[in-house]
Design a protein around this ligand. Structure first.
Ligand SMILES: *Cc1c(COP(=O)(O)O)cnc(C)c1O
Length: 225
């Protein structure tokens, strides 16, 4: 099978699974966005997804996204990019210039840096706060206990367009309780966007209310790093 056919098939299969999970959960499939995670993938697979009509992508590194996406964006202004990896404050300017959604706001210093750059440029992509639901020391994301403080700083003091929450559950845990916690936390603030679920667990996430699923390997195949 050609790469184009393979990626198109995978996209169709993932989309069908999203629709089935949504219907099982009594939800509208159109309310769930598929972020195709293209990090580290060869350009030909990304081009195949574009040719298959897909327009929503996730990258976890600013620099990699900068080297990949500008030519595609010039050809197709409908492409939307989400930053799903950690953001350093010295990359905020570049990130805001390129991404349509920043999914990984996770600390006060980043909130103030984002606000300063948004005020300077007028470019204000939506932001999601990343929550470390598993409270893993090595992992990015604000601890659940610190979410309230970060939310208030980001929204009330910085005026950031915070639209929702994002989480990556611990690798070894059952994901469902983490998704349920994230949904509960979002509900507390009336936040409509829930980014949760990857190749291995996006159906579970949809049952728990995900509005964005971030799927890499199930679309593009294994990452060769
Ligand atoms: C890599 C990555 C994904 C996609 O993971 P797959 O298991 O390949 O679907 C989703 N979210 C984040 C934050 C990632 O870094």
């Amino acid at each position: 099978m050609t790469i184009d056919a393979q990626v198109a098939d995978n996209l169709a299969a993932v989309t069908a699974r999203i629709e089935r999970a949504a219907r099982e959960a009594g939800r509208d499939p159109a309310a769930i966005g598929l972020v195709a995670v293209s990090k580290v993938q060869p350009a030909e697979r990304v081009a195949a997804a574009l040719r298959a009509g897909h327009r929503l992508f996730g990258e976890n590194r600013v620099q990699e996204a900068q080297s990949r996406w500008p030519p595609f964006l010039e050809q197709d202004p409908d492409i939307r990019l989400h930053l799903i990896g950690p953001l350093q404050t010295n990359k905020v300017k570049d990130a805001l210039a390129l991404f349509d959604v920043i999914e990984t706001l996770d600390r006060p210093r980043l909130a103030t840096a984002l606000a300063r750059e948004m005020d300077r440029t007028g470019r204000r992509p939506d932001c999601l706060i990343e929550v470390n639901t598993g409270e893993e020391p090595q992992k990015a994301g604000v601890l659940p206990a610190d979410l309230d403080g970060l939310y208030k700083l980001a929204v009330e003091e910085c005026g950031l367009p915070v639209r929702g929450l994002m989480a990556i559950p611990p690798f070894d845990d059952q994901p469902a309780p983490h998704f349920a916690l994230l949904a509960k936390l979002a509900g507390r603030y009336g936040l409509p966007v829930l980014s949760m679920g990857m190749s291995a667990d996006f159906e579970t996430a949809i049952h728990q209310g995900a509005t964005l699923v971030r799927v890499g390997t199930a679309i593009f195949g294994e990452r060769r790093t």
